[in-house]
Design a protein around this ligand. Structure first.
Ligand code: NAD
Length: 256
């Protein structure tokens, strides 16, 4: 029996089969983890309904991460349904398409604030309501990030700055939650063709460049990320917290 059998994971961010969160859900399900999923709105809920069977028809509830009341209700419902929580997966981000191209200096305040709210601040909101359910359960939290937090990636702009805030938040949350036995880490995935990624100008060029330059000479898949995420959530990673772990075929080690 897998040591993760029967654990409970709340996964935020499945939009469709290409979503990184879907790869994580598949990987956790293989290990017998019980899934609790959010969907952002009714339309996303209908799309999730179509995928649900592949994932064993898991429990799910609408929850926009910018709506604190909805987040509170989401985790109250999880407490009722499962009695507690072991894992939290934050795989959510948003920036306006017009902010993901051109020059960073042209970012509007509204666009900047929205990217931060959805992509970084939401991790705090989720942790605030999720972690009380992890008492006595060695909880583990992961958030999805990208190299654009640390290095300039053309067109990533406002989202790079939001990811920098997300990675710093992971460290502060790891320090807050460590004494409660809860670990918090970020997974920095290489580029993957998803709905969100399609908003970044010239994303296809980026995919080709990364595949050519990465030590492993390919792009990562959602299944690659799912496996690494499962490791970080698991007891095997019990000594790891506050870190950003790269799942990028080694691209981030390259200089020129
Ligand atoms: P995706 O479009 O499949 O997933 C993004 C999800 O965010 C969607 O499910 C969407 O519904 C959700 N979302 C957006 N705003 C929300 C809100 N207000 N409330 C609730 N949910 C909301 O794209 P993805 O690429 O799988 O993105 C998942 C995460 O991975 C993001 O944090 C993204 O930045 C990160 N990431 C992506 C890549 C990549 O190249 N695709 C690389 C590294 C990191």
């Amino acid at each position: 029996m897998s040591p993760m059998e029967g654990k409970v994971a709340a996964i935020f961010g499945i939009a469709n089969k290409r979503s990184i969160a879907y790869g994580i859900a598949e990987s956790l399900r293989e290990s017998g983890v019980q899934l609790a999923l959010n969907y952002q709105n009714e339309r996303m809920g209908a799309s999730l309904d179509k995928l649900a069977e592949n994932l064993g028809n898991p429990w799910r509830q609408e929850c926009d991460v910018t709506d604190e009341e909805a987040v509170k209700e989401f985790f109250a419902a999880i407490r009722k349904e499962f009695g507690g929580l072991d894992y939290l997966i934050h795989s959510v981000a948003f920036a306006k398409r017009e902010e993901l191209g051109g020059e960073y200096v042209d970012t509007s305040w509204e666009g900047y604030a929205l990217a931060q709210q959805v992509s970084a601040y939401s991790l705090l909101t989720l942790c605030k309501y999720a972690t009380p359910l992890m008492t006595g359960r060695d909880g583990s939290v992961i958030a999805m990030t990208y190299l654009g937090a640390e290095k300039v990636v053309t067109n990533y702009n406002v989202m790079g700055v939001a990811k920098a805030a997300l990675e710093a938040s992971v460290r502060y949350l790891a320090n807050d939650l460590g004494p409660k036995g809860i670990r918090v880490n970020a997974v920095s995935a290489g580029p993957i063709r998803t709905l969100s990624a399609s908003g970044v100008s010239d994303f296809i060029k980026l995919l080709d460049f990364v595949a050519e330059k990465s030590p492993l000479r390919r792009n990562v898949s959602t299944s690659d990320v799912g496996s690494a995420a499962r490791f970080l959530l698991s007891e095997d990673a019990r000594g790891i917290t506050g870190q950003t772990i790269y799942v990028d075929n080694g691209f981030s080690i390259m200089g020129i």
